[in-house]
Design a protein around this ligand. Sequence first.
Ligand code: ADP
Length: 227
Amino acid sequence: MNDPVLRLDALVKRYHAGQPNEITVLRDASLEIAPGEVVAMVAPSGSGKSTLLHIAGLLDAPDSGAVAINGTEVTGLPDRRRTAIRRDEVGFVYQFHHLLPEFSAAENIALPQLAAGASRSTAMARAAELLDRVGLTERAEHRPAELSGGEQQRVAFCRALANGPSLLLADEPTGNLDPATSDRVFDALMALVRETGMSALIATHNLELAARMDRVLRMEDGRLVAG
Ligand code: ADP
């Protein structure tokens, strides 16, 4: 059997540990995501969704518990190895696009590939292919400020997928858009995810969007439970 693309095992995360204002955000959070599976994570704001996504994406470490990506247990790996796994295996999308304002849409998508060692021509060709898949070929040379909110977010999806990750982590990826745009942009994201066969963990407040994923989890009292 294939390893899960993401396995979180009994994660605990506290802030302000040992101080009077200590809070336990994750208490015993566990999940497994199979290859190609798209999982929604639904919970009110402040429940710990971003904290969990940061830990799953190796941007933060838990106080206890384990994280494995494609069967590789990452807790305890040297920073250099963790950074390489994050770069090669994980794509991030946030509520705000975080595109670099001085670069074009295509260049924003090329940058993570250049950081991973691709040549400029290969990176720009891949950027053009991804932009085509989200219907933004005409916008390739535009800077983020010249794009609508929905277009900016579609470029951010392309950037997240640029290095061909096996796991997409998304934190309210359409939370900043009006409902009609949010639906269309979410469709674009799902199409990209399904075409590539990647796995995804997507935090959202939107129950209709959540219902379109393979499985819904709720975060409740620092744990993940079936939704
Ligand atoms: P969500 O993404 O569901 O809104 P978060 O993971 O952002 O939840 O936050 C969960 C809780 O942890 C909140 O109460 C938040 O204030 C707290 N928190 C998040 N990050 C930090 C931090 N770096 N230091 C202290 N508290 C934090």
